[in-house]
Write a protein of this length. Structure first.
Length: 244
């Protein structure tokens, strides 16, 4: 493969990966607590190049990363809607161990447990379930304490991590611990806000603009690939004429 074709192919591949990330961000622009995927570009130099000064460098996505910056807190007034102001996550039960989310759109299941919108049990301190009565109002304090009828019924288990690099997405709105050495701890200076939900931090307008920009870049690279193919074809034809 000639240098031009290789460079164009590398550029097109990196743009395709960017398009996938951006499309997912746009699709989740209205998902509460969603954290946007971002990309970090790097340059790849072929290790097999015998002369480093002549080696071609190609654009690649070195690694995608998750943007954990806080989204805007929107007031809903619903007593079971809660948002975190500050770092940390809500903890929920899952078959493979706890999952973590910033989406505090909760509800009461038929058995009285506090659950997420898709039915996962919200964890109280030390993993205990939070049981509520549908006939009484619910008060959730800034430290996550849940009160009903004047009595404390539990406290939301909040988790924070010294490094978010060890977290991986599971589904659109949950995170799991991918690094076994990473342990959750209680967040500091984080406030639980009742009657509010955290919006996605994708920035829908920005994501849409970047999506159009990357698509145009991809189209330009396609044209470059077509031009390279035409140049190669003409070179072959010229060589054939000389040989005849």
């Amino acid at each position: 493969m000639d240098t031009l074709t290789a460079l164009v192919a590398s550029g097109m591949r990196s743009r395709m990966e960017s398009l996938e990330l951006l499309a997912n961000n746009v699709a989740n622009a209205s998902t509460g607590g969603y954290k946007a995927d971002r990309e970090f570009f790097s340059l790849y130099s072929a290790e097999e190049a015998w002369n480093p000064e002549e080696a071609s460098t190609m654009p690649v996505i070195d690694r995608p990363w998750i943007d954990f910056s806080q989204g805007v807190l929107k007031t809903t007034g619903a007593p079971l809607d809660v948002a975190l102001s500050g770092s940390g996550f809500f903890s929920v039960d899952a078959p493979g161990g706890p999952l973590y989310t910033r989406n505090g759109s909760f509800q009461i299941a038929s058995d009285g447990r506090l659950v997420t919108a898709d039915g996962r049990a919200v964890r109280g301190q030390r993993g205990a379930p939070i049981l509520l009565n549908t006939s009484s109002s619910v008060e959730i304090l800034n430290d996550g304490t849940v009160r009903q009828a004047g009595a404390v019924v539990g406290q939301l288990e909040l988790a924070d991590f010294t490094s978010t690099a060890g977290l991986a997405k599971q589904g659109s709105n949950y995170l799991k611990i991918a690094d076994p050495n990473l342990k959750p701890s209680a967040p500091a200076n984080t406030s639980v806000e009742q009657g509010k939900l955290e919006a996605s931090n994708t920035g829908s307008a920005e994501a849409a603009v970047r999506l159009v920009s990357v698509m145009r870049q991809f189209e330009m690279l396609q044209k470059a690939a077509s031009l390279g193919a035409q140049m190669n074809q003409q070179a072959i034809e010229q060589v054939a004429k000389v040989g005849s």
